[in-house]
Design a protein around this ligand. Structure first.
Ligand SMILES: CC(C)(COP(=O)(O)OP(=O)(O)OC[C@H]1O[C@@H](n2cnc3c(N)ncnc32)[C@H](O)[C@@H]1OP(=O)(O)O)[C@@H](O)C(=O)NCCC(=O)NCCS
Length: 173
């Protein structure tokens, strides 16, 4: 828990929030390589189920809620990131950190504050480093990564079979 935020697993009671958030193009436009939105309650429930199943040792997708009113504001995630097909012979997987916030919660610094909680969790789990990838046009997300102290590596084709801005946080130092 931080000053303003708490992380927890999402439940079916969050379906309305999830449905509202992922039905918005401004939320989904930089998530994934293809255009998509999810507009139905069924899709929201399936997404919640997938997020819950992501929970592992030092990995998972957590709902971010405010401490004062227990209102959901978005999701924060930490998970193994898929390498592009041309990347061969990796000694170990890389762990990605990511953030999805509801537009009504944008502009309050919540993403970086929630991400700090996950960075602490990543250190405890023994991850050597975290990576974040963003679309070049997603300036808000790049600013969150920078605020976290991640170092900008420029454009990379290393992950997801596409070209992204790559940010790395070394956790060994
Ligand atoms: C990325 C995201 C989590 C950022 O949330 P946020 O609440 O806007 O973050 P903050 O309020 O901390 O703002 C981050 C910075 O970006 C700036 N910013 C926000 N929108 C911007 C825009 N469209 N263009 C340029 N800068 C922008 C803010 O001014 C702030 O700058 P600062 O660090 O100098 O103060 C949010 O935009 C989001 O959920 N987007 C949709 C999902 C998404 O794209 N996730 C990331 C996938 S890689």
């Amino acid at each position: 828990m931080s000053e303003r935020l708490r992380l927890r697993l999402p439940t079916e009671h969050d379906a309305e929030f999830v449905q509202d958030m992922y039905s918005r193009v401004e939320v989904t436009q930089f998530i994934g390589a293809h255009d998509w939105v999810e507009t139905t309650a069924e899709e929201a429930l399936n997404r919640i189920q997938r997020y819950r199943e992501r929970l592992g040792r030092g990995t998972g997708v957590w709902l971010i809620e405010t401490v004062d009113t227990a209102s959901p504001v978005g999701f924060i995630l930490m998970k193994p990131i898929p390498f592009s097909a041309h990347v061969k012979g990796q000694p170990e997987e890389d762990i990605e950190i990511g953030w999805h916030l509801h537009p009504e919660a944008w502009g309050s610094g919540y993403a970086a504050e929630a991400a700090e909680l996950l960075v602490a969790h990543a250190r405890r789990a023994g991850h050597p480093r975290l990576v974040a990838v963003t679309n070049s046009e997603n300036i808000a997300s790049q600013k969150v990564a920078t605020r976290l102290g991640m170092s900008h590596q420029g454009l990379s084709e290393r992950y997801y079979g596409t070209t992204c801005e790559l940010f790395i946080l070394d956790l060994r130092s």
